[in-house]
Design a protein around this ligand. Structure first.
Ligand code: PBG
Ligand code: ZN
Length: 322
């Protein structure tokens, strides 16, 4: 292959190995239980919505051809936060209410994935129940299962546990099988690394750990073999898709898993990755539009079947892709 294969745009287009379309993109949303939306300071253009402001935002993205969302609920009321985060499965909690409102408005035109975790609802900010400084695994599992059920009851299409406790995919799918008679897909954050790229998200979801860090449950970024075994375990436990997170600095993990596992692979272009592109773009230091598209194509090239990205709406709205 020489330069004749890239001599003009038509030839390059016809030989491109990778494509990117609206149907590949999933837009994440923050929703909280206050009556107003809040601008997230480190994520220009992204709001922490009230239910009232979420509906028109989703309406707009549907108009531009993005039909999937990932939903994160959080609470503004510190009284809702406890050691076990049980408010997360409250039938009238924020995620449950938002899912009901969205399904009422958009029905099956919209695919709703919900994030299942307790860190926005625990008074210590961890993704598991704590005892002293320890994060308890098995004590957390029934809570996650109840959250998953409450999301399914509200009408969520896909459930995504992001906590990184061991055996949670098995536990949740067994519980759902028993409690509701319907199979609901589980996308597992199996390849989730302990990362500082989640900083802006934690500010938005008010979910920063109050002591220590998440390194005893999220993976060590020095490792890749560990991610392969986590993925295998979650697939064996019945996961229907695997989320890779963060995306950009971790494309080797995605590419390696793509060779090994024939499943749906979702790259999560996380909050800190978004913030860095926006900050440099606002300074005029990079060509923001070109870099966004390049990043998304590279995730597809590495093997992503879908991309969860805060850029989804702007990409679709500005017709940066087909
Ligand atoms: C919660 C959760 C986090 C993200 C998704 N689910 C934060 C964390 O693990 O601390 C990060 C997403 C992002 O940064 O955009 N378990
Ligand atoms: Zn969490």
């Amino acid at each position: 292959m020489g330069r004749e294969y890239r001599i003009n745009q038509e030839i390059r287009d016809s030989l491109a190995e990778t494509s990117l379309s609206r149907s590949d993109l999933i837009m994440p949303y923050f929703v909280n239980d206050s009556s107003h939306s809040i601008q997230i300071s480190a994520m220009p253009g992204i709001l922490n919505h009230s239910i009232a402001s979420l509906i028109p935002a989703v309406q707009e993205q549907l108009k531009f051809g993005i039909d999937s969302i990932l939903l994160f609920g959080s609470t503004e009321n510190q009284k809702n936060k406890t050691n076990d985060g049980s408010y997360a499965y409250h039938e009238k909690g924020i995620t449950q209410a938002a899912v009901r409102a969205l399904k009422k408005e958009f029905g099956n035109d919209l695919t709703i994935i919900t994030d299942v975790c307790i860190c926005s609802y625990t008074n210590h900010g961890h993704c598991g129940v704590t005892q002293g400084e320890n994060i308890l695994n098995d004590e957390t599992l029934p809570i996650l299962a109840k959250i998953a059920k409450s999301h399914a009851d509200a009408g969520a299409d896909i459930i995504s546990p992001s906590d990184m406790m061991d055996s949670r995919v098995q536990f949740i799918s067994d519980y759902l099988k028993e409690e509701i008679n319907q199979k609901i897909p589980l996308f597992s954050y199996a390849a989730k690394f302990a990362s500082s790229y989640y900083g802006p998200f934690r500010e938005a979801a008010d979910s920063s750990p109050k002591f220590g860090d998440r390194k005893s449950y999220q993976m060590d970024y020095r490792n890749s073999n560990e991610a392969m075994s986590e993925i295998k375990e979650d697939l064996d436990q019945g996961a229907d898709g695997i989320i890779f997170k963060p995306a950009l600095a971790y494309l080797d993990i995605l590419a390696r898993a793509s060779k090994k596992f024939d499943t749906r692979k979702l790259a999560y272009n996380v909050s800190g990755e978004y913030s860095m592109v926006k900050a440099a773009g606002m300074k005029g230091w990079i060509n923001e539009k070109e870099i966004i598209i390049e990043n998304l194509f590279c995730m597809k090239r590495a093997g992503a079947t879908d991309i969860i990205t805060y850029h989804a709406l702007e990409v679709a709205k500005n017709n940066w892709i087909e």
